[in-house]
Write a protein that binds this ligand. Sequence first.
Ligand code: HEM
Length: 276
Amino acid sequence: MASAPTSTFSAKAHPSPRPSAITLRAPISPHSLTLPLPRRHASAFPTLIIHSRTLVVSATATEMPQKAKGFVDEMRAVAMRLHTRDQAKEGQKEPQGQPVAKWEPTIQGYLKFLVDSKLVYDTLDSILHKAPYQWYAEFWNTGLERSESLAKDLEWFKEQGHIIPAPSPPGLSYARYLEELSEKDPQAFICHFYNIYFAHTAGGRMIGKKVAEKLLDNKELEFYQWEGNLSQLLQNVREKINQVSNSWSREEKDHCLEETEKSFKYSGEILRLILS
Ligand code: HEM
């Protein structure tokens, strides 16, 4: 399993209108996944101070998304800051590596990515159904599940004459890590659950579109299609996370937020398979 990055994190609830601080201290790690997007106006950036090995980011409550209120907004705010500036306009990390638009994906690499993604989604499904904590059942049948659609896509690639690879180390390590967390650290597990599903509907979809342009004659895979209204499905899950996290202590919530960086690390490794 990949070694866990060290990080310290502290966040306070954000009672408005008084600005409260969210401070993230995270080691700067290489992030080569970038996509050109409009940059946020410089004056709107929160304070960003770079120490030798530590990135310190402070933001005010006024910068939190306005419409939804609840713990999931804190989760989103932390995740958005871990993007590079050219991946997403709220990103605060320096762009590194090639932007997604310039990626040169290969079919073999993309198949590895799809296979490892399927392993991760299968693992999430099986964990939730095992429900080591009763409240995991809240997240059954959200409509965001991706296992079946990925199975169909892999079948399609097979019919086209491609050999479907076995899962590779990034997917295997992530699946193992999720299994471990789900039993002993439910707040951290839910952080991964949120980031995996929500990342896929945002940046994941944009990446899928770019890869399809370059490799698949614009064919839209099932992986990127949802039954029903996706915004509504996402909103339903946001509400469930808010509801479940209502019973968490502030420490448990902070612990959940702190896990976001690992979620980026593991998912980033799987994304990078596209270029292998
Ligand atoms: C090349 C890699 C990536 C790109 C280009 C990308 C891009 C984006 C973009 C454009 C958004 C939408 C921002 C908005 O709402 O205005 C987004 C949202 C998000 N991303 Fe990423 N992202 C990438 C990787 C990741 C990774 C690795 C994770 C975590 C595993 C992640 C987690 C999220 C989350 C949680 C959201 C919020 C979704 C929502 O609120 O509905 N992203 N990303």
